[in-house]
Design a protein around this ligand. Structure first.
Ligand SMILES: Nc1ncnc2c1ncn2[C@@H]1O[C@H](COP(=O)(O)OP(=O)(O)OP(=O)(O)O)[C@@H](O)[C@H]1O
Length: 273
């Protein structure tokens, strides 16, 4: 399995949201999309999932243009977990997870034994089996997020797109989700997740793509992307970056917000530019 994106441009109305962004990933890779609010992470994930049209550039899955696949074919290959998991209908958790099997069940057909088995497996892996008969409207935001991850897993995808999958989760659930995604990736899946927590991103991802204003500022191994200079330029925050021996990853400590004007003054003082 492979997915690639070449010079992708997404424009909504008059605004260019993604300005010629590229990347590629093969099986067994976990990519973290990082960057400030509004930098284009969700938009990119939606375009990769075939949920948003783009103006130019290409997205290829298995070296074939995404437009050459039917919605059903895409649903069998790509699982997408949205940022907003609010749901107005009174569905049982099991029924929501079963919706992930939609593409696998023939039209006017019924779920087969394997469909129910996949649903049970997905609920087990996300530790929500005990909630299976409850209504989703009765769940907490974090529990709902796990239900939507289970729904995406039930699709049996080779590519998993996750939009801030840990944002509503407590520390235990954050680890649970990222450890699960890491496990799935080690089994061969491609995962691409928008993440705000840079420490979690550094710890669990193979590669990071840093976005700013719809452009890729840096891409590569976490160590290469998470530098003081890049984080200053993207987030306007002064940071301390250290290597944590315990988790074998970079850790980022945010020290101080430095508005862009202050950066210019400092650069002038230091004789840069
Ligand atoms: N449907 C839309 N119509 C107009 N502008 C949009 C639309 N969707 C997104 N945008 C704009 O595109 C830019 C990128 O938004 P996007 O949600 O992709 O960023 P993000 O990096 O995921 O942000 P966050 O971290 O806050 O979730 C923002 O300026 C946003 O206002």
């Amino acid at each position: 399995m492979s997915i690639s994106c070449h010079q992708l441009v997404v424009q909504i109305g008059k605004k260019k949201i993604l300005k010629s962004v590229s990347f590629s990933a093969t099986r067994g890779t976990f990519i973290g999309l990082i960057g400030p609010n509004g930098s284009g992470k969700s938009t990119w994930l939606k375009a990769l999932g075939g949920l948003l049209s783009y103006q130019s550039g290409t997205i290829r899955i298995q070296n074939k243009k995404i437009s050459s696949y039917s919605a059903n074919q895409l649903a069998k290959m790509i699982g997408y977990v949205p940022q907003d998991t609010t749901i107005g209908f009174d569905f049982r958790v099991r029924d929501i997870v079963m919706m992930g099997r939609h593409a696998h069940i023939p039209r006017f057909g019924f779920g087969r034994f394997t469909d129910y088995e996949r649903v049970n497996e997905a609920m087990e892996r996300t530790a929500i089996t005990h909630l299976s008969e409850q209504s989703v409207t009765s769940l907490s935001g974090g529990q709902r997020q796990m239900v939507f991850i289970a729904k995406a897993l039930a699709q049996d995808p080779s590519i998993l797109l996750l939009d801030e999958p840990t944002s509503a989760l407590d520390l235990h659930r954050q680890l649970q989700v990222l450890e699960l995604v890491r496990e799935l990736v080690d089994e061969g899946m491609i995962a691409i997740a928008a993440l705000h927590d840079l420490n979690m991103a550094a710890r669990f991802c193979d590669r990071l793509v840093l976005l700013k204003n719809g452009e890729v500022q840096a891409a590569g191994e976490p160590k290469a992307v998470l530098t003081k200079k890049r984080l200053q330029e993207s987030y306007h925050v002064e940071t301390a970056i250290r290597h944590d021996e315990l988790i074998h990853a970079q850790t980022v400590t945010a020290l101080k917000y430095q508005p862009p004007e202050q950066e210019i003054i400092n650069e002038r003082k230091n004789g840069v530019g």
